[in-house]
Design a protein around this ligand. Structure first.
Ligand SMILES: [Zn+2]
Length: 415
């Protein structure tokens, strides 16, 4: 067999099977087998190798603002208000600097595919959106970045909001966003969804909504999933619609939840719970029995719904925590959603790899298989089922066959 550019020897890619060698040539996985030879060979001695992680939903433009202005009351309304005020003063260079800080955190934690939702509205204009376009160029070959035109402030209630989203579509947005809960009444929520579907059809792009992000599913602005399912089916957008948050589904009656899951699976709607934000902002009005606001993904997955999870916000008014590390978010998620078994560990890993790839429409080129892009992480642990338990060091992050990040844990044990 021909010598390959890079060979990772003795990789653990499945817990129940023998270790393998992974051979890389021309940015692709050329072979997975044994006894492979390469110009550059790294023996990882049984370390876990997984595809690089995918952030399906993150806000780079408004990250790292917690120290500038914290959200003292801790509510969603407070977070939107504070960020709205800050956003009016956004300067391109400053937004770029903070966004780069987060992108670098992501890569160092093994994430090389990102879907970003920059606020694209009359308060901040196109500043955040244009920064994302710049990042696409700067991180070419390191991070594949999809940009969503995201109307955080609503569409119907704010004059000029729709026009800015349309301008972003003209400038090359990859995905049409939506924030249908942020309208004055349910009729406007439905109009918001209609208008975003119109744009998605016009530009032939997928849709990604922030929705059902509230504690009270009786307020229909926070139960727009029903209308979204209806619209998806009617417009023939099955498989092309993603919804983030879904916190209100964590507190609806079981029968209603089961029915909603069935309809979501039929419309092939993807969902992305955002555990850090969902837990931080949920249940703020509850005086006792405070709701966690995080869905359990298992009934959704069992019912045939594609589920990923993501970081959403890093250190701002929506979520004052985070370091751009999906393994840390997964660890939080498994505590909050009571995911404790070995099979749950696999489920979590699927959510930030293959499920997220399906959501972003990149599953043909993504994954640890011959012929696919050589995008993978070598992790400092020996079993895939330990990944969220250990939150291990990311030893190597490989993108298109190149080592883009390397880290070593140096331990000295003096006992
Ligand atoms: Zn979000």
């Amino acid at each position: 067999m021909a010598e390959m550019e890079l060979v990772i020897k003795n990789a653990r890619i499945e817990d129940e099977k023998p270790l393998v060698d992974i051979g890389v040539s021309e940015g692709k996985i050329a072979e997975i087998g044994s006894g492979l030879r390469g110009k550059n060979t790294i023996d990882v001695k049984g370390d876990v190798v997984v595809p690089t992680f995918i952030e399906s939903h993150i806000h780079l433009d408004k990250a790292l603002l917690e120290r500038v202005k914290p959200n003292v009351e801790g509510t969603l309304a407070g977070a939107i208000k504070i960020t709205g005020e800050l956003k009016k003063g956004f300067q391109y260079d400053e937004v770029l600097k903070r966004s780069i800080q987060v992108m670098d955190m992501l890569v160092a934690h093994g994430t090389t595919v990102v879907r970003a939702h920059p606020d694209t509205d009359p308060l901040g204009g196109l500043t955040g959106f244009k920064v994302m376009l710049e990042l696409k160029k700067r991180y070419k070959g390191v991070v594949d970045l999809q940009v969503v035109a995201f109307p955080q402030e609503g569409i119907i209630k704010l004059p000029g909001a729709f026009e800015i989203i349309e301008e972003a579509m003209e400038l090359g947005a990859d995905v049409v966003g939506g924030c249908p809960y942020n309208e004055n009444n349910y009729e406007d929520t439905k109009k918001h969804i209609d208008k975003m579907f119109d744009l998605a059809k016009k530009y032939n792009k997928d849709l990604d909504f922030h929705a059902d992000f509230g504690d009270n599913p009786d307020d229909l602005r926070y139960r727009s999933i029903d209308y979204t399912i209806e619209k998806t089916e009617r417009e023939g957008f099955q498989g092309r619609v993603t919804v983030g948050h879904m916190t209100s589904l964590s507190s609806i009656e079981p029968e209603l939840l089961a029915d909603t899951i069935k309809r979501m699976a039929h419309a092939r709607i993807n969902i992305v719970p955002l555990p850090a934000t969902d837990m931080y902002l949920s249940g703020r009005g509850d005086k006792n029995r405070v709701r966690r606001g995080v869905i359990n993904p298992k009934p959704f997955i069992a019912g045939g719904v594609n589920v990923a999870f993501s970081s959403n916000n890093i250190r701002n008014a929506f979520t004052p925590f985070g370091r751009g590390d999906l393994l840390m978010i997964g660890s939080l998620f498994e505590h909050a959603a009571q995911l404790g078994s070995i099979s749950d560990q696999k489920l979590l890993l699927d959510m930030i790899t293959k499920n997220a790839a399906k959501l972003q429409g990149i599953d043909k080129t993504y994954g640890l298989q011959k012929g696919k892009n050589a995008d993978f992480n070598v992790l400092g642990t020996k079993l895939l089922s330990d990944v969220f338990l250990d939150v291990p060091v990311r030893k190597y992050v490989v993108k298109r066959g190149k080592i883009v990040y390397k880290s070593e844990l140096v331990e000295t044990r003096n006992w």
